[in-house]
Design a protein around this ligand. Structure first.
Ligand SMILES: Nc1nc2c(ncn2[C@@H]2O[C@H](COP(=O)(O)OP(=O)(O)OP(=O)(O)O)[C@@H](O)[C@H]2O)c(=O)[nH]1
Length: 898
């Protein structure tokens, strides 16, 4: 603390001008000339005190004339006396004369009350020189300085610091005194009452402002500087008071907490002060007591809530925020838990089963998921109904034929159909139908023509396993192929009995043993080789072996003991569906139990209706469909999906309710999927790098083709590109498809056996949306493959153009090294790429920046000619190096190439 303090710094601290400081310092016998003049810290202290208090021992000694004579004299006399008495006496002794003197110097006090207050305060101030003297003896500088420092910043409270100073000057002797000052400053009544009961009686406790007004005259008594602004500023606001509180705390008074407490107590009687504190807590950094209490309450509440919830029953599809609400948590808590486990969800996302389990465990809540479709599970309800076995009769088997492309599935189905249906009855109808029933030895067999094994499995995955027996067709001349292998897996997974039809036996290259061997390798061992699988040689062309095949099917079905109740409520499975002009939604079904009749109320997943008409597989209108029979059903409100299960209901209302509930649920699920897709995409993009997607919308005439196309397209993908099916549906291309397409960038619409109508076509043109229509599935898939191939980055291939040998090198200043070469093979091309090979090792790969023949720039130099070559950013060329030149060719790749 030996630092010098400059005048302007003192002025700053004391809130006075530099000139005033200089003049005051001179009063104290300290000679100062300019604001830059410096004094010791002690001197500075003394000056500040003098300015602030208007009194100093030195001044009294040296220049008593400067202090107000009467006051000073009286002060001296009063010194030895006790404070309270002193004050009272001071009040009386400093009456008229002093007041007059002051009034002459400063503004006139407005009222007599104020005059009295002035008297009181001036009496208090009279103590200060005494205190100062004492204090100088104790040398308590630091706390004083600190207090003053902050006071200086609070100019409006200029008179308060004096009181604080009094307190600080008194130092350790009386914390009570400090409190007294504080309460005075704050306008608290109690202390003041003790000190100046008179004032207290004249000034009501509650009126802070009035009490504050008592203070300015103090300043008047102590010096001009303090008089100046304080009287006005001091009436300002309660903020200043709060500021003062801080001042005292800063001073490091050990009893500051007590001060607060006392202040609080005092303020119980002082509404104004109380209001000030509670109404402006935040602005002053005070503790918002009211709020704190509230918070506490809240916290307690939450804890109670958390304790209460130990188990929740929630619907299957629940969003993050809904789950949080059910568990009494905030969505943020739920998101945080999942985020911590690497699952990115937003509050609107639906939670998956595993996520629910994790959250339940994390929060210690038992989560029970209730089936959202509890009241609409018509299939389960169907199975739960009582079964009357007395009505059971043997039902015909349902057979599915699968096999590799071109191995003869369709030919075989057609052959069976044409040879075994009562063609006389049908009049040789050849229309396409997804399923038909034939008769073999008066026993019925129903065949299903699934669009592919993927569609078969997807149907099975949806619980629609209509098939009783599977026939795998393998061409005798071709053997087991890739799709045969896939078919084998699907067939095995279905647990249905398998029969292998070895087709094209009429062909020259037919080799049934080869097929048997290949199948045996795949655990489908022929019966004659000791296995369980029947291998039937057939020819779809000649019809040979077909009877044998059908006999075998009947044999298998006998073993299966297929039984059903024709009297029961009808249950059927949709194998194909479409929207037909003039007929509405049409569903091709196979009846699995009961008898489906015209007029039945039906529900079919999300669709419902009343059976308006049924046409059988021969295109004939029928009144009903019996066990394992197939036909086309009209009357549903919408097109059902392939694989949907149709069940008759007692009333149309019942059917409608179930379907509506299921439709709503499906919609919600779709929504959940769409929000999740974007998230999965996000993480997918990160995982896969920048995978390119081809968004497509698929529209087909029938559900079967839709499944097949969708399945095939989704399989076309590699590390770089893939198809993203935005939407797939049965029916024509509509404007809503266009809207959907325009929503995802680069989306194309693929129509299979459907074509856009005039207005849709025009709108698509206007919006720049591509619609491609097909009638052959492979064309569609090939087109998509081509498009995807176009999206794939090209492969860069290198092609050597020539070689040259470095015969000499020339260093061209500021340019670089030129290699004098002889082209020994092909040609060297300017701008082409080059490798420099030294002792068989590639030392540089880069570009040829300059190619010259003599002094001319040339594009290329051919075999046998000399040239000067320079390379990009490479000068370390040496005689004997070989230069191998090459060009890079970008080549497009096809998705199948990879
Ligand atoms: N020689 C001979 N040719 C047959 C036989 N079965 C089918 N073909 C021929 O094989 C080709 C493919 O027959 P499809 O019935 O279309 O084969 P698929 O398995 O249904 O083919 P996809 O429907 O494209 O999967 C056709 O040209 C048929 O005429 C057969 O038993 N003998």
């Amino acid at each position: 603390m030996s630092d010098k303090v400059r005048v302007y710094e003192i002025a700053d601290e004391a809130g006075a001008s530099s000139n005033e400081v200089i003049s005051k310092a001179n009063d104290l016998g300290i000679e100062l000339k300019s604001p830059q003049s410096a004094v010791s810290l002690e001197q500075a202290e003394e000056i500040v005190n003098y300015i602030m208090t208007g009194a100093s021992a030195k001044v009294k000694a040296k220049a008593p004339a400067k202090a107000k004579k009467p006051v000073a004299k009286k002060e001296k006399k009063e010194e030895p006396k006790k404070q309270d008495n002193e004050l009272k006496k001071a009040e009386t002794s400093t009456s008229t004369k002093k007041q007059n003197a002051e009034i002459n110097k400063t503004d006139k006090p407005e009222s007599k009350k104020e005059e009295k207050k002035e008297e009181k305060t001036s009496a208090e101030e009279k103590k200060q020189p005494v205190n100062t003297q004492r204090d100088e003896k104790t040398n308590r500088i630091i706390p004083k300085r600190r207090g003053l420092k902050i006071v200086k910043k609070k100019k409006p409270a200029a008179s308060k610091p004096q009181e604080q100073q009094t307190a600080s000057l008194n130092g350790e002797d009386t914390p009570k005194q400090k409190m007294k000052s504080l309460s005075e400053i704050l306008g608290g009544g109690n202390e003041e009452e003790k000190v100046a009961p008179k004032t207290a009686t004249t000034a009501p406790k509650t009126k802070i402002k009035k009490e504050k007004k008592k203070v300015p005259p103090k300043a008047h008594t102590h010096g001009k500087k303090l008089e100046i602004d304080t009287s006005k500023d001091f009436t300002n606001s309660d903020d200043s008071l709060l500021g003062e509180e801080v001042v005292l705390l800063d001073m490091g008074i050990s009893d500051s907490s007590k001060l607060f407490e006392e202040q609080k107590n005092n303020n119980n009687n002082n509404k104004n002060t109380k209001q000030t504190r509670s109404s402006k807590p935040a602005a002053f950094g005070n503790r918002p007591q009211g709020l704190r209490r509230k918070k506490r309450k809240k916290r307690i509440k939450r804890v109670e809530e958390t304790k209460e919830i130990t188990e929740v029953t929630i619907p299957e599809d629940i969003r993050v925020y809904e789950f949080a609400e059910a568990c009494g948590k905030s969505p943020a808590e739920v998101i945080t838990v999942l985020f911590g486990l690497g699952m990115m969800v937003t509050k609107n996302d639906f939670l998956k089963q595993d996520e629910l389990e994790i959250l339940g465990e994390e929060f210690g809540i038992e989560v029970t998921v209730k089936d959202a479709l509890e009241d609409a599970n018509y299939v389960d309800d169907y199975y739960e109904e009582e079964v009357d076995e007395s009505n059971f009769t043997t039902r015909p088997p349902v057979v599915t034929i699968m096999g590799h492309v071109d191995h003869g599935k369709t030919s075989l189905l057609d052959k069976i159909r044409s040879s075994k249906t009562a063609s006389a009855e049908a009049g040789g109808i050849t229309q396409h139908i997804a399923a038909y029933t034939i008769k073999q030895n008066n026993q019925k067999i129903t065949f299903v023509d699934t669009p592919g094994h993927a569609a078969f499995s997807s149907m099975r995955a949806r619980g629609a396993s209509v098939t009783d027996v599977i026939i795998i067709v393998v061409a005798a001349d071709d053997g087991v192929k890739q799709q045969t292998e896939e078919v084998i897996s699907h067939a095995k997974a279905s647990d249905c009995p398998i029969i292998v039809a070895v087709n094209k036996m009429d062909k020259e290259g037919a080799n049934i043993d080869m097929v048997k061997a290949q199948m045996a390798e795949r655990e489908l061992t022929p019966v004659d080789w000791g296995g369980e699988i029947e291998f039937i040689p057939v020819s779809a062309k000649t019809g040979d072996g077909i009877d044998d095949l059908l006999e075998n099917i009947l044999l298998q079905s006998e073993i299966l003991e297929l039984q059903a109740d024709p009297e029961a409520k009808a249950k059927a499975t949709v194998v194909e569906s479409s929207l037909e002009k003039g007929r509405g939604p049409v569903a091709t079904v196979i009846v699995q139990n009961g008898t489906l009749k015209v007029g039945d109320n039906i529900v079919c997943d999300t669709t419902y209706g009343r059976v308006k008409a049924i046409t059988n597989d021969l295109g004939k209108q029928v009144k009903e469909l019996g066990l394992s029979e197939t036909g086309r059903v009209l009357g549903l409100n919408e097109v059902p999906e392939s694989g949907a299960i149709m069940v008759t209901q007692d009333s149309d209302k019942e059917a409608k309710d179930i379907a509506t509930k299921r439709a709503e649920h499906a919609r919600a699920k779709e929504l959940s999927k769409s929000t999740k897709v974007s998230l999965e995409e996000m993480s997918g993009l990160i995982a896969e790098g920048k995978i390119k997607q081809l968004p497509v919308i698929i529209k087909t005439d029938v559900g079967g083709s839709l499944e097949a196309i969708k399945g095939s397209l989704e399989q076309i993908q590699n590390d770089e590109v893939k198809v993203k099916v935005v939407h797939a549906g049965v029916g024509g291309i509509t404007e809503s498809d266009l809207i959907l397409a325009s929503a995802s960038e680069g989306c194309i619409i693929l129509g299979f056996n459907v074509r856009p109508t005039g207005s849709v076509k025009n709108k698509a043109k206007a919006d720049g949306i591509t619609i491609n229509t097909y009638s052959i599935i492979y064309d569609l898939i090939d087109d998509v493959k081509d498009t995807l191939s176009g999206m794939m980055s090209a492969i860069v291939r290198e092609e050597n153009t020539g070689q040259a040998e470095v015969r000499d090198t020339f260093v061209v200043p500021k340019v670089g090294t030129v290699a004098g070469c002889l082209v020994t093979d092909g040609k060297v091309i300017r701008g082409g790429h080059a490798r420099i090979i030294r002792d068989g090792v590639v030392t540089y790969t880069g570009k040829i920046s300059s190619l010259k023949r003599f002094k001319d720039d040339v594009k290329e130099v051919t075999n046998g000619y000399e040239c000067g070559v320079m390379f990009e950013k490479f000068n370390d060329i040496k005689v004997g190096d070989f230069i191998e030149t090459f060009i890079q060719i970008e080549e497009k790749v096809h998705i199948d190439d990879k």
